[in-house]
Design a protein around this ligand. Structure first.
Ligand SMILES: [Zn+2]
Length: 81
């Protein structure tokens, strides 16, 4: 196969971190030539992101958004494979 290097990997475990609250934000991706790019504050409450979208829609008529979800995990290394 011509492989000259050996990659070694370890097992790992990734778990949700209960001490970090998941965050949600919305970014406006409306626009013909370039995206608007307006971004909401990060919110724990998806309802508040919905309100921001409704307000931005009312102000600008923009109607396409990307919602970004961020959560926290903890990671641990285990055995070498
Ligand atoms: Zn916009």
């Amino acid at each position: 196969m011509g492989t000259t290097t050996t990659m070694r990997f370890r097992n790992y475990e990734i778990k949700p971190d209960p001490s970090g609250l998941p965050m949600l934000a919305a970014i406006c991706v409306s626009g013909d030539e370039s995206e608007c790019g307006a971004v909401s504050d990060e919110q724990v409450d998806s309802e508040k992101v919905g309100c921001w979208i409704a307000q931005h829609l009312q102000d600008t008529g923009h109607n396409r958004y990307q919602r970004r979800y961020a959560d926290y995990v903890t990671a641990e290394l285990g055995e070498w494979l």
